[in-house]
Design a protein around this ligand. Structure first.
Ligand SMILES: NC(=O)c1ccc[n+]([C@@H]2O[C@H](COP(=O)([O-])OP(=O)(O)OC[C@H]3O[C@@H](n4cnc5c(N)ncnc54)[C@H](OP(=O)(O)O)[C@@H]3O)[C@@H](O)[C@H]2O)c1
Length: 312
């Protein structure tokens, strides 16, 4: 970790020397196009400098438009923001990786990406249909490509200077190891669901040992209620330190050495989610002792993102 004691500005060093990732990240999984634009502008104005996108979210164009406008209005340079996007499951075949990357880059209106992730370790039938299904409604997987084949194509993108770092998402430690060991360019980041109900301690320890950034999505438990935002331990700490439950959860994530992605949709929530401050040690320990365990997102087992509306 680097940065000041102000945890809002914390940055985490990437293991390939390409730079640092701001720990506080804004996620762009927002189904509505107009809302994507306002939420992205709000996030930039609130202080977020790390933006997480994906081909699968079908809104890279809107995110790019909002970033260009917001950067121009705020006098923010490209080098001051960190942008990630992700390769979707239907583009795992090596010959599809570079075209998919270039298409994302074009939609975002950027000249390079700070980070490109394989969205999930599951390859789907290649093609334009992002959610290929058979007559029974079952996903059609692609057995003709391995994750390592896809990783080699990702390494080539780094070699060609197209993106600064590469990584994986929705993986287990076993899958990470299966790539980490043979990789010529080691994964710089892993993006997985993580919050006090799913601390993923073993994976986090491995990442820390290898200098891989552990990037937590669903730090607020996707905002589900009942859920983390109403957890009695979190609420009691929030009342004690004069912060909101969301701010407590985000601070805990940063202070345990992870980066995180949160998706506030209004300007007020963007300011709230950026305005975090360090929790005292006893509060961190209380959160670490929470025993509830819950995985909200089954994507790690199937590659199927059940939370995204099907294409209309
Ligand atoms: N790799 C993957 O497979 C994967 C999967 C899921 C997500 N992601 C990434 O992670 C990002 C984060 O998404 P997430 O769902 O995990 O984010 P999150 O911040 O944990 O949850 C978002 C939900 O929390 C609510 N919320 C936000 N700020 C709040 C606050 N201050 N107080 C109360 N509720 C609040 C939002 O409600 P409102 O909408 O009402 O504001 C929304 O329902 C995504 O945008 C995406 O970039 C990646």
């Amino acid at each position: 970790m680097t940065g000041s004691s102000d945890i809002r500005l914390m940055k985490i060093l990437l293991n390939n020397g390409s730079g640092r990732m701001p720990a506080l990240g804004f996620g762009t999984l927002i189904p509505d196009a107009a809302e994507t634009i306002t939420a992205t502008r709000n996030a930039l104005e609130a202080g977020f400098r790390h933006f997480d996108c994906a081909e699968r979210y079908r809104n890279e164009h809107e995110v790019g438009e909002a970033l260009q406008a917001g950067m121009a209005a705020g006098g923010i340079a490209r080098a001051d923001i960190f942008v990630t996007t992700k390769l979707w499951n239907t583009n795992h075949r090596p010959e599809r990786v570079e075209p998919a990357f270039e298409a994302s880059l074009k939609r975002l209106g950027l000249e390079y990406l700070d980070l490109y992730l394989i969205h999930t370790p599951f390859a789907f039938q290649p093609g334009d249909e992002q959610d290929p299904r058979d007559q029974n409604g079952s996903v059609i997987y692609d057995n003709e490509v391995t994750l390592l084949d896809t990783w080699r194509a990702m390494e080539n993108l780094v070699d060609r200077g197209k993106c600064r770092a590469i990584g994986l998402s929705d993986i287990t430690l076993d899958i990470l190891l299966s790539i980490y060991e043979p990789a010529r360019i080691k994964p710089a980041v892993v993006q997985v669901e993580s919050h006090p109900y799913l601390p993923e301690t073993e994976l986090l320890e491995f990442c820390k040992e290898k200098g891989i950034v552990f990037l937590a999505f669903a730090p607020l438990g996707h905002g589900m209620k009942p859920g983390l935002l109403e957890d009695p331990v979190i609420s009691a700490i929030a009342a004690r330190v004069g912060k909101t439950p969301a701010q407590v959860l985000l601070a805990w994530a940063v202070q345990r050495g992870t980066a995180l992605l949160t998706t506030p949709r209004t300007a007020a929530r963007a300011r709230e989610n950026f305005d975090i401050s360090a929790l005292p040690e006893d509060a961190l320990n209380e959160i670490n002792r929470i025993e509830t365990r819950q995985r909200l997102n089954p994507v790690v087992k199937t590659g199927i993102p059940g939370f995204i509306a099907r294409a209309s």
